[in-house]
Design a protein around this ligand. Sequence first.
Ligand code: GAL
Length: 667
Amino acid sequence: MTALPKTPFLGVAYYPEHWPEERWKIDADLLHEAGVDVARMMEFAWDKLEPESGEFDFAWMDKALTIFQEAGISVVLCTPTPTPPPWLTSQYPDILRVDDKTGQRAVAGSRRHACCNVPAYRDFSAKIVKAVAERYGDHPNVVAWQIDNEFGCHGTVRCVCDYCRAEFQKWCERKYKTLDALNAAWGTQFWSATYHKWSEIPVPAPTSASHNPGLLLDYRRFSSDSWVSYQKMQIDLLRQYIGERPITHNFMLRFFDLNYRDFAADLDIVSYDNYPHGMSGPSECAFNLDLMRGLKRKNFWIIEQQTGHVNWTPFNPPAPPGQVRTWTHQAFAHGVDAVFYFRERAVNIGQEQYHAGLLKHDGTPDRGWHESKQVKADLAERPALTRPQAPVAILWDYEDLWTFELEPHNSAFSYYREALDLYRTCWDQNIPVDILARDADLTGYETVFVPSPALIDEAQVQKWRSYVEAGGNLVVLFRAFFKNPGSTWSDQPMPAGGLSDLLGMTVDEFLSIPLVPNVGLRPPIDKADDWNDDRGSHVNDVSARPGIGFGENFGLPTKTRYQLWAEVLKPTTATAILRYSDGYYKDGVAATANKVGQGTAYYLGCWCDPILPRVLWQALGLQKHVVTSDVRGAVTEIVKLVDETGQNVDVLLNHTKHTVTLPETSK
Ligand code: GAL
């Protein structure tokens, strides 16, 4: 079996089914010349592999694999299940999912139109997976497998068909054992919704008013679990045929409908699709990369990397010269072992004709191809580098995020944005951050931020207490530990579940603050074309950005504003470290510090702007981790890595459009 190339390496998404056979060798040679070592294939090719039910055609794929092998490119094969072909959905129309937002059933001819709880879809998926695994499981040039493609993309995670309803009822029965337990957990007495039979439990299809929050939260868990089990079904099948070859699946940016931690647990390698134009700038790219690295606390792959314009943002600008190279090196610096460019060539058919590839529509090299070649040359000169554990961690939890998405109480409140704001506070100063699970082992971290941990978990408090007692700085932010797992509100003062003892305070009152535009707040980041909202960008002049100094004024004004959410705190054993200076709650406590053992547990009761007020920045001693550059204002990200001999190596990433000449000492 061909081994995986030495890391880091380059790859590409290749679609033999989109091109005439005569072209495959030309493409393989061109891609090899661009530095590509591995090609990913087959994820949307179900109808070509199985043109009719049970009739398989592998001749074309055999040929493509041989051609790529001869060109020196090994292959990651995908199971082709995101695109059930029309012969299948017309024979089994129930396969088509029913959308939870609209109640509409999907139609054929697109992708991700199937529901994973429909037995026919599972059976036919298993058949095609088994067929490709039997055929290619021990192919000498196949080095890894990808399951399906981007579960849940286009907002397709939650289906409300009859199969889902039956499965959800069974899921509830397994979870709660008795209806009394379920009714209590969800608080179904409200609006007279006590269930007396499992079969009475509905799915959250569109209805008159909102559904019970406990049902909604459990439906998110159930839907995520359903796709986890669909993925597991494929993994178990594949494993019988592919030996030790690693199995991956590609996760998405800014995507939270699935609990990716559960998916990652069953995979050998996490893969991620990096489309920076879907984000607001390099800091958000970095955040998403670090989020992915944290899922398994190990290096991962980018199995789709934007190579030019995409076709799905409002304006689809180009990726100017140097941008693809920078994105690729940013990924490597954040713990990526392989970057696969998406895609080999701009396609002349179908839904994505406006999407750039390494080659142009006419088959000649585009800018991305030249930059891939350049990256390959860069890698030849670069020593093997690893990313050490960061001094700071942010604890990220999908269920907390869901809890706030379902009941934000303030339409501008975003758990994602909160975590991202915390991250940016560090990224702006080149302080490395790891993003970990809420229950992660925190050994070795100096400071740990816990963005709004909504859901109460008493066992968690013990872990945090040990961390603080041993000398850690724990910073818990507003809206903490007030919801039971079934989304009913605790009858204890916030934060409940013993967390208030650790923090030495309780919350006396909470206030939602309407978002007033243009008062110095960062704009909301949920616009796909918001790339300019950051230091540095491909179109923006970094020096024109006010308020964020580089290596001097650490972005922290002396007077702290707050926004969106504020809580008035009652310290018990803690000391007040911030007080409100206005409002009817003037002089009320806004943040506290509680010494516990060798460390301190902080509580920040309001969303400051910037999110980390100076007093906390100082108390946490973050200043000592700030990394500045002598190429001020231009190099916008510095990542500290370590080479094989243990020497520190700084990777300097220039996210601006300006050319920078480094002083001799920095080279
Ligand atoms: C990804 C997807 C690819 C392609 C690409 C376009 O999300 O996995 O198949 O659609 O987007 O940018």
